[in-house]
Design a protein around this ligand. Structure first.
Ligand SMILES: [Zn+2]
Length: 339
């Protein structure tokens, strides 16, 4: 890695809003579709940019590719689904945003990216799955972990995860899944993704992901970016990018100042000919349903199901990803068996 590793020094904010901080944050993701005079207003684009979304861009004549995301509602949904503590909300939210951006890197519509962080800390592990359509889901092994804030008033995500590994699985229908595992760098998620890109994909990358939890424990800000150097880059480009990233505040701080993903990338890649390619909405999406749950029930086996029908017991299937519970009454079990 050598020099390239220096690019990988970006803020990873996981702050807890201070109790006495009464400053109101500016709006996130203001629509850029507003037009004056005779220009047409692109309502669809404005709607996308008004909510959770991912932007893709490029700079330095294609030698830099970049992604940024704002995902407050997505992370809040994960928090609600799992009744997650602020610490776990931050940890899971950071990994979910990493997943969203890695999903957006995929050129294949059907590819699923699964990120698994396993550690010896009290959270135990995080699992996130994302596609390239801006959909992500995720869960923590232990969603209710509370740890003291670190000295800098940040949530101790690294302490919650502990030492362990990050595994990335790429899944395409009809193809053997490809997976790659690296040791965790710090357990703070952003550092771990940076390390993964450098070691596994040999791509110098800067990753910043952050979740700001408000004093009422709701998600106040959630955002991230990934900036990568593509083959053909030279030392001058590394130096320029390193200089741009040096001392950059955390993503959530930029969001607090009202910066959208477009603004964030424009700022990080200032002076480098940043061009935005597109924007797409992002959301928490599980995709489970009763039909899929019935296949899990059937996997219990005929004997087990017949015995449940006999005893009049329902079968319950709990979806780890979204927390939904599917209940199959004995007569439904019987119908499944007969089917
Ligand atoms: Zn589900």
């Amino acid at each position: 890695m050598g020099r390239a590793a220096r690019v990988a020094a970006a803020g990873d904010g996981g702050d807890m809003a201070e109790k006495d901080n009464g400053v109101a944050g500016a709006g996130v993701g203001t629509g850029t579709g507003a037009a004056t005079g005779a220009e047409l207003i692109d309502f669809r684009d404005a709607r996308v940019r008004g909510g959770d979304h991912i932007v893709r861009g490029t700079a330095a004549d294609g030698l830099v590719r970049a992604f940024a995301v704002t995902a407050r509602d997505t992370v809040q949904t994960a928090c609600d689904n799992h009744h997650a503590s602020p610490l776990v909300t931050a940890a899971l939210g950071r990994l979910m945003m990493g997943g969203l951006m890695m999903g957006a890197m995929s050129k294949d519509e059907d590819e699923l990216i699964t990120l698994v962080m396993s550690g010896d800390g009290p959270i135990g592990g995080l699992t996130v799955t994302a596609n390239n359509k801006g959909q992500v889901k995720g869960y923590a092994n232990h969603p209710n972990v509370w740890l003291d804030l670190k000295g800098d008033n940040h949530l101790d995500v690294g302490g919650g995860i502990g030492a362990g590994t990050l595994t990335v699985v790429r899944d395409l229908p009809g193809v053997e899944p490809y997976s790659s595992t690296v040791p965790l760098a710090t357990g703070e998620v952003g550092d771990d993704l940076t390390y993964y890109f450098a070691v596994s994909d040999q791509i110098p990358t800067a990753v910043g992901v952050g979740v700001l939890v408000d004093v009422d424990l709701s998600v106040r800000q959630a955002g991230g970016f990934v900036v990568q150097l593509m083959p053909g880059y030279d030392d001058a480009l590394i130096d320029q990018l390193s200089a741009n990233l040096k001392g950059v505040e955390s993503v959530t701080e930029m969001q607090e100042r009202g910066m959208s993903p477009t603004d964030v990338l424009g700022y990080l890649l200032r002076g480098m000919g940043y061009e935005e390619l597109d924007a797409m909405p992002a959301e928490f999406h599980c995709g489970c349903d009763k039909d899929r749950a019935s296949r899990i029930v059937l996997a219990l086996g005929r004997d087990e199901l017949e015995s449940m029908v006999e005893k009049g017991e329902p079968a319950l299937v709990h979806c780890h990803f979204c927390g939904r519970e599917y209940r199959f009454e004995p007569d439904e079990l019987k119908a499944l068996l007969d089917g």
